[in-house]
Design a protein. Sequence first.
Length: 180
Amino acid sequence: MRQFIKVFLAFARVGAFTFGGGYSMLPIFQRDLVEKKGWLTAEEMADFYSVSQCLPGIIAVNTSILTGHKRYGGAGGVAAALGIAFPSIAIILVIAAFITRFSEIPIFGHAFAGIRVSVCVLIANSVIKLWKSAIVDKASLLIYATVFGVSVFTSFPVAVLVIAAGVAGVVIKAKRRHSK
């Protein structure tokens, strides 16, 4: 039971101290789960995050479930999902009770504009960290450039891009093994 409380609290902390959704949680996931706790490697974090984007639902919840499941099985996945969602639910309930009173106060609009800018910085930092573990050779750079180009210049579905990148990785790895 202790380990499930530990998982719940670890993910509740992430959920309580991040704004902006799953992308803004990535740096905290990286720091807490990879660097501090060692529950995941940087590669596993990148893999879980990629898979979570393809699954239906909230990226942060999906990543939490995968991490909790890896650590403590199905119950760990449930504890992680409840932990990541609990702070948001509590905050939303409080905000919903008072939103009409605050919506006309300019300072709150300005505060959220500042928060959005800081979320951009956190995402950029996460991209740099993920780059170091994901772009390891010319083939991975080519996959990156292709997915980046297609995603920026078209409205191609992200899930299809992730699956195609995975297939490309498998094909490239298989060709390398076969040529040896």
